[in-house]
Design a protein around this ligand. Structure first.
Ligand code: PLP
Length: 386
């Protein structure tokens, strides 16, 4: 039982007076949408990343869909992506009529293995969607090279890698669009929202129109020159984003500090593999180490829950989601590396304001649960052998 201890949530946004002040400014202005806060938010992003354009949209999913739509993808086309991602990555491909083709991931980074991507290319392949899962940048230069050699388009789902970089070069500056998502559990939130980063003037122009019902480029009143969507980000959401962006460095540093506490403690817990630390800098989004296969993850989660510690199985494979099995014919066993990772990763409480004491409590709880389960299993084994 958790006794009097307060439950530790999985995630928690940092919302302060500055968010309230800017939201209030928008509310008082009366310009709740299509007002000046959106371009202000976009300019801040473009400057921070060093790209010519940041196009704010209503969600990360919307940003991915718009990019693929603008690339002209449609029925009969294939887009290679990762099954070890949030379902929106593949859904955005399906929205266009194209088919997602999954490529196996690397067992350390959990991102797509470039060799598997190249092997998945067929005459129907039109694009690759890179995913930087758990904030660890994918092998972007290798994937850019594959796309160039095969004449494929690229889009990057960097929804979990806000402000991420490969070899110090920010995602979004590699010649293809990168998309961030700003749902409430992300490194920066606008409650719901996203942004597309690109250096491509023409793409930015088309995205700006597509997100706003296909409005003509000269902004003429109710003239719609293409079939568009309502994927606008409102000024209210943008106001939250401006405040968050003003202190993004502090929030990212706080996440990295919490991750550091976790990493050092996890190394001492039997049955757990801490998160991978490789040559690239992870933009810390979740803390999701792997459990050894003998530990039944869902039961571990249940026992942690009883201790007041929130945890979730994260991430389920996309190809094993009911929709992708029922409508796309996918089956277990197709991607053994992805499936093994997905069956073993456990998301633990992780947010910038998490204290070292809370991290200690989570780690002690996990250690106790694992020891208890292993002792129980050993006891059962001894009884069975007696
Ligand atoms: C990898 C990835 N792609 C896409 C999305 C979709 O973003 P949104 O929820 O803003 O639509 C998410 C959101 O969690 C994500 O994690």
């Amino acid at each position: 039982m958790s006794g009097d201890l307060e439950r530790i949530p999985l995630a928690k946004p940092v919302i302060g007076d500055r968010e309230r002040e800017l939201v209030d400014e928008v509310l008082r202005s009366g310009m709740l949408s299509l007002g000046p806060m959106v371009p202000r938010f976009e300019r801040m992003w473009a400057e921070r990343i060093g790209v010519r354009h940041a196009v704010a949209v209503s969600s990360g999913t919307a940003g991915l869909h718009l990019c693929l739509h603008a690339m002209g993808l449609g029925p009969g086309d294939e887009v290679i992506t990762s099954s070890f991602s949030f379902v929106a990555s593949a859904n955005a491909i399906v929205f266009t009529g194209a088919t997602p083709v999954f490529a196996e991931v690397d067992p350390l980074t959990f991102d797509m293995d470039p060799a598997a991507v190249e092997a998945a290319i067929t005459p129907r392949t039109k694009a690759i969607m890179i995913v930087d899962i758990f904030g660890y940048p994918a092998e972007v230069p290798a994937l850019v090279d594959i796309a160039r050699r095969h004449g494929l388009k690229l889009v990057e789902d960097a929804c979990q890698s806000i402000d991420g970089a490969y070899d110090g070069r920010k995602l979004g500056t590699f010649g293809h669009p990168a998309v961030y998502g700003f749902y409430a559990n992300k490194q920066l939130t606008t409650a719901e929202g996203g942004v597309v980063l690109t250096d491509d003037d023409e793409l930015a122009r088309v995205l700006g129109s597509l997100r706003n019902q296909g409005r003509s480029d000269d902004g003429a009143w109710l003239v719609h020159s293409r079939l568009g969507f309502n994927y606008r980000l409102s000024d209210v959401h943008s106001a939250i984003g401006v405040a968050q962006l003003e202190r993004l460095d502090d929030m990212l540093a706080a996440r990295a500090r919490v991750a550091g506490w976790y990493q050092s403690r996890m190394a001492g817990i039997d049955g757990v593999t801490p998160m991978y630390e490789g040559p690239q800098q992870r933009s810390w989004f979740v803390y999701a180490p792997r459990l050894d296969p003998d530990l039944v993850r869902d039961e571990v989660i249940g026992e942690l829950d009883a201790l007041g510690i929130s945890a979730k199985p994260y991430l389920p494979c996309i190809h094993l989601q009911p929709y992708y099995q029922d409508d796309h014919g996918h089956r277990p066993g197709e991607f053994p590396v992805t499936e093994a990772i997905s069956a073993s990763t456990i998301a633990l409480p992780f947010f910038p304001e998490m204290t070292e004491e809370q991290v200690d409590r989570v780690c002690a709880g996990l250690d106790a649960v694992i020891r208890g389960r292993r002792a129980g299993a050993a006891g059962a084994g001894a009884r069975a052998g007696a």
